[in-house]
Design a protein around this ligand. Structure first.
Ligand code: ADP
Ligand code: MG
Length: 623
């Protein structure tokens, strides 16, 4: 269409270079051209919406804000029409004939270097429009600005170094891009194909995208809207869509932030934890958007791995559109986004726990394992995670959970540390020897019933400046015993004399040899004769148990200490037994040791122990 008003213009040198590469590249992801053009259309609509609020008069004020896509298989064309802000003649020349962004030079350099010529990075450098030439041999852009005095123009190019601009009266407001597709790009003249691409990349664009008159993006960008004009139904429908779920979400967090980053996020937690139910590892469920255009679905970098159960959408206009997946991995902005989102989400959980503790407990039962995983892996968020953890304790009713803050709030003024003990069950812990001294001193002990708990605590190390100490540590320094009011009523059993006791523990160490590191007199035992404690402050018996179970090789976990109770009648009967029948006394010491090992939840060699206990029984019955 050559009229006297048609003007032919040369592309800027950089554009020429870029187009040359775009045209002569092998494409891995040609589909993305549509995402780029839709994103431009959505931008133009957004700009119009904004401008419409500011201007007295706009052209075509009543045109609905939407994007229409038409395909024509016969002519092999694809047309994208928007009723956005449009472009004047000068704008067409500036925007589509030159590259304003300095970043595009980098892109060119990168493209020229790379053997594969990954053009899909194109949008990242503010030159997304030119992606049209991946699929089109000729591109026509008809545009009419919102400004009342514009007349409308057509820009056209075959990318061969130049383009034409001509007047084109009679257009509606906005831009129509007509792609005359290459022979090998005929697939893009198919409605089905186009619909699929839209659903994949542009489903949440907040303007209707119509193909043959029908909106394809059924779900709108509800995260970009204010919470006040959204209903539970809106949220739930959106959740079901993104999470591919049939039920409703458990929690939902919808928030907007301007600093340090512009973020609009809508996060959900599901009702079920499929990982816990044994369905394999969950995959990250949060998609990353930039101004309602999908950058990466189920992005792995936007939240830490231990939040992989979270579903939702994060939209940040600070991110470059169409940043590649690779670039996302080590993008500083993404790392910052990750930190901000994670902190906000953990704060949200803490608020929920405060407002509706029952509901939080239900959540914790299902998803607590992820918070624990986070506490062992994530240094940055450790303090926030510690606040969210819950445990049974010697002060809680069975099945009830307390927080570390609850515990600290109850600590007496002499208590400096937080104590915990691991066991298979509440009953097992309460029947074992470890709790005795704490009960006597009226100290609360947290019960770590899950195998991972001791790892969590050894990583946390402290909470609000209070050390977290396992009750089976050898070096526990407990506060002084309170005055026993019942002392008169029930006098304490007398202890072995110091000299006798000292010689007893020395001999016991000889009997047990390398099996123990030290045998000591216990200050912590009341009713039990002996207890195993860990000289290594990091390793608890529970952790050793897990590590043993996980590796088939024989690890040396270091010998433990045996503490014996000098007031216990069994221990007190050892010195005389040693004189009367040393063999029997030795056998008894070995059995005491094995029993303590069992009470620590560790494994003993059953054959030797069974055989030994028969020997003891035989002696007992014969005498
Ligand atoms: P970017 O979108 O990053 O600015 P593009 O190469 O995709 O880079 O587009 C270049 C410019 O062309 C846009 O900034 C915009 O000003 C203009 N443009 C492209 N498509 C449209 C459209 N449909 N309506 C209005 N302006 C557009
Ligand atoms: Mg663009």
């Amino acid at each position: 269409m050559t009229t006297p008003k048609t003007e032919t213009k040369e592309f800027q040198a950089e554009v020429k270079k870029l187009l040359d590469i775009v045209i002569h590249s092998l494409y891995t992801e040609r589909d993305i051209f549509l995402r780029e053009l839709i994103s431009n259309a959505a931008d133009a609509l957004e700009k119009f919406r904004h401008q419409n609020l500011l201007e007295k008069e706009v052209f075509d004020a009543d045109a609905p804000l939407e994007i229409a896509i038409q395909v024509n298989e016969k002519d092999n064309t694809l047309t994208i029409t928007d009723s956005g802000i449009g472009m004047t003649r000068d704008e067409l020349v500036d925007n589509l004939g030159t590259i304003a962004h300095s970043g595009s030079k980098t892109f060119l350099a990168e493209l020229a270097d790379s053997a594969k010529k990954d053009v899909s990075l194109i949008g990242q450098f503010g030159v997304g429009f030119y992606a049209a030439f991946m699929v089109a041999k000729r591109v026509r852009v008809q545009s009419r600005s919102y400004r009342p005095d514009d007349i409308g123009h057509e820009w056209a190019s075959e990318a061969a170094g130049s383009y034409t601009v001509s007047e084109n009266p009679g257009l509606h407001r906005g831009t129509r891009i007509i792609l005359e597709l290459k022979e090998d790009a005929a697939e893009f003249a198919s409605e089905t194909k186009v619909k699929r691409i839209i659903q994949q990349y542009s489903n949440f664009v907040s303007f209707p995208i119509k193909v043959a008159g029908e909106a394809v993006n059924t779900v709108q960008a509800i995260w970009a809207r204010g919470a006040h004009d959204l209903t539970d139904e809106d949220y739930n429908a959106f959740y079901k869509f993104i999470a591919n779920a049939s039920d409703e979400p458990f929690y939902r967090l919808h928030f907007t932030a301007d600093a340090p980053l512009a973020i609009k996020a809508l996060l959900f937690t599901p009702k079920d934890n499929f990982e816990r139910l044994g369905f394999g590892r969950m995959e990250s469920g949060v998609s990353l958007y930039c101004q309602r255009v999908l950058i990466d679905q189920h992005n792995k970098n936007i939240l830490p791995e231990w939040l992989r159960f979270v579903q939702g959408v994060v939209d940040s206009e600070d991110l470059p559109l169409n940043i590649s997946r690779q670039a996302l991995q080590d993008n500083a902005l993404v790392a910052k986004l990750n930190k901000v989102l994670t902190s906000r989400f953990l704060k949200f959980l803490d608020e929920q726990a405060g407002k509706e503790p029952e509901q939080y407990r239900a959540f914790y039962k299902i998803f607590g394992m992820f918070l624990k995983e986070g506490a062992t892996m994530d240094y940055t968020h450790r303090p926030a995670l510690a606040k969210l953890l819950r445990f049974e304790s010697s002060r809680s009713a069975a099945g009830e959970l307390v927080s570390l803050a609850d515990y600290v709030g109850r600590m007496g003024k002499d208590q400096k540390d937080i104590y915990y003990i691991n066991g298979a069950s509440r009953e097992a812990i309460e029947a074992g020897p470890y709790l005795e001294t704490f009960k006597k001193r009226d100290l609360e002990v947290l019960y770590t019933l899950e195998p991972i708990d001791d790892f969590v605590f050894s990583h946390l190390q402290e909470f609000e400046d209070k050390k977290l100490l396992s009750a089976d540590r050898a070096d526990l320094e407990l506060p002084e015993m309170p005055e026993d009011k019942d002392e008169a009523a029930k006098p304490r059993e007398a202890a072995l004399e110091t000299e006798v006791a000292d010689s007893l523990v020395k001999w016991m160490k000889e009997v047990l040899g390398d099996r123990v590191k030290e045998v000591r007199l216990s200050k912590r035992l009341e009713d039990s004769p002996a207890i195993i404690v860990n000289p290594d402050g990091f390793m608890t018996s529970s952790m050793e148990r897990i590590m043993r179970a996980q590796s088939h090789e024989l690890h040396d976990f270091g010998a433990k200490n045996l503490e014996v109770n000098p007031r216990h009648s069994l221990i007190k009967s050892l010195p005389p037994a040693r004189i009367k029948d040393e063999e029997l006394a030795k056998t008894a010491v070995e059995q005491i040791f094995d029993n303590a090992i069992i009470q620590a939840g560790l494994v003993v060699e059953p054959r030797a122990m069974v055989e030994r206990s028969y020997r003891i029984l035989e002696k007992a019955l014969k005498s």
